[in-house]
Ligand binder design. Structure first.
Ligand SMILES: [Zn+2]
Length: 414
């Protein structure tokens, strides 16, 4: 039976969102956490964007040494040969690519404005696939942007052309969040049946249906006989009203009525990473988690009204569909209310050594020179993120100073 794979696009769709962004170290921590959670693939960035190059290379190095393994790291580019060439010039070791191009009449008329026909779009995409194959890409997905407003027969033609040139998957992008669970089920199923390749579902939340659509689309693809890849973002962060929230998608796939028996998540997925991941993304993006967010919101397991509180005290299953422990919640947090020594962009060696020695896993440096080297990197990381580094970020820098240095090196335009 085909399965549901999770493909997180926080480091692409999430960071391209208006008013929001992540430092390269924050993007890296997200890749590390997604890998630990058992996510199949992270769309980790933009290989044609110059300031991404060192970050992308550093993360591929982390994959090479087993820190980000087995998760796939895949880059997102436009489906044109020029972008493929730039990609392999910038990041020669990249193995996985998503090639994206708009397919709807709206975009052909409204965006390309007569410069591209339907045939041109397929030609650009297949030329890009050929170029990626020739350059040694291991896996290639072709993305139909605005697929939900594209004629289904043309989408099938697009997918079949991609397949003929060696694409491994087709991404159905509900770019504007226009679908509903019934329409995306139908389209997912038809594409799977007629194209005969795994289909990705990429949903947006403009009508509040991103998670429901992702699940319904995935069911359609599986009923059509193919694997499916749900695109998610942490906390649903993404363009406009956002994307399908990773944790809600996992919960829906595992806990919703009658789904899990037939439609299985490829795994194992470590749901116990959920709370930590959601909290870190919220901190890094500087966007609070809504109080009523599924699973990770502060009210997700809170009960006050008489009947509910009484019911849940007698048996939590009376009013809770799943346990907070499953999501990695329940630990008491200690907050310092007295004197606190911090480290940051203007910090010195004494304060820094104090902070590192107080970590849960204390870090002691062999000599002052080594401590100074790490402190310098911590200062730069703080300049880039403009907020205190988390314990795990400090530990990462202390453990992988060479890689941290690459992450913090943004090469400006020549
Ligand atoms: Zn998107």
């Amino acid at each position: 039976m085909p399965k549901i794979y999770l493909l997180d696009v926080t480091n692409r769709d999430g960071v391209q969102t208006a008013r929001l962004g992540l430092s390269k170290l924050e993007k890296t921590m997200i890749n590390i956490y997604l890998n630990e959670m058992g996510i199949f693939q992270s769309e980790f960035g933009f290989p044609t964007t110059r300031h991404e190059i060192n970050y992308l290379k550093a993360n591929l190095e982390l994959a090479e040494i087993g820190v980000i393994k087995p998760m796939r790291l895949e880059g997102w580019i436009r489906a044109i040969p020029a972008d493929v060439e730039t990609t392999f010039r910038n990041v020669p070791d990249i193995d996985h690519l998503s090639l994206s191009i708009s397919t709807s009449n709206q975009m052909i008329e409204g965006k390309f404005q007569g410069r591209k026909t339907h045939d041109d779009i397929i030609k650009d995409m297949t030329d890009a696939v050929d170029a990626a194959r020739a350059a040694g890409a291991e896996s290639i997905g072709v993305n139909a942007e605005d697929a939900s407003r594209t004629d289904i027969n043309y989408l099938v033609e697009f997918g079949l052309a991609g397949k003929e040139h060696g694409a491994d998957r087709v991404r159905y992008c509900d770019t504007l969040g226009y679908d509903n669970p019934f329409t995306i089920y139908d389209n997912g199923r038809k594409m799977a049946e007629k194209i005969g390749l795994p289909i990705e579902v990429h949903c947006h939340n403009d009508l509040g249906m991103a998670v429901a659509n992702s699940i319904a689309g995935a069911m359609g693809v599986i009923d059509g006989g193919q694997d499916t890849y749900i695109n998610t973002t942490i906390n649903g962060i993404g363009e406009r009203a956002g994307n399908a929230d990773l944790i809600a998608v996992i919960l829906a796939a595992q806990k919703s009525k009658d789904i899990a028996q037939t439609y299985k998540l490829a795994g194992p997925i470590k749901l116990s990473m959920a709370y930590k991941l959601a909290r870190f993304a919220s901190y890094a993006f500087d966007v609070p988690i809504p109080i009523n967010q599924p699973g990770v919101g502060s009210n997700a397991f809170a009960h006050e009204s008489g009947i509910h509180a009484d019911g849940v005290l007698k048996d939590p299953e009376n009013y809770e569909l799943y346990n907070f422990e499953e999501l990695g919640r329940g630990e008491t947090e200690l907050v310092e209310t007295g004197r606190e020594i911090c480290t940051g962009e203007y910090g010195g060696i004494s304060g820094f050594s104090h902070v590192m020695g107080k970590l849960e896993v204390p870090v002691k440096f062999p000599d002052r020179e080594k401590a100074n080297e790490i402190l310098e990197l911590v200062r730069y990381a703080n300049v880039e993120s403009q907020k205190p580094l988390t314990e795990e970020q400090l530990l990462f820098i202390a453990k992988y100073p060479g890689i941290a240095k690459k992450l913090l090196t943004l090469t400006p335009l020549a």
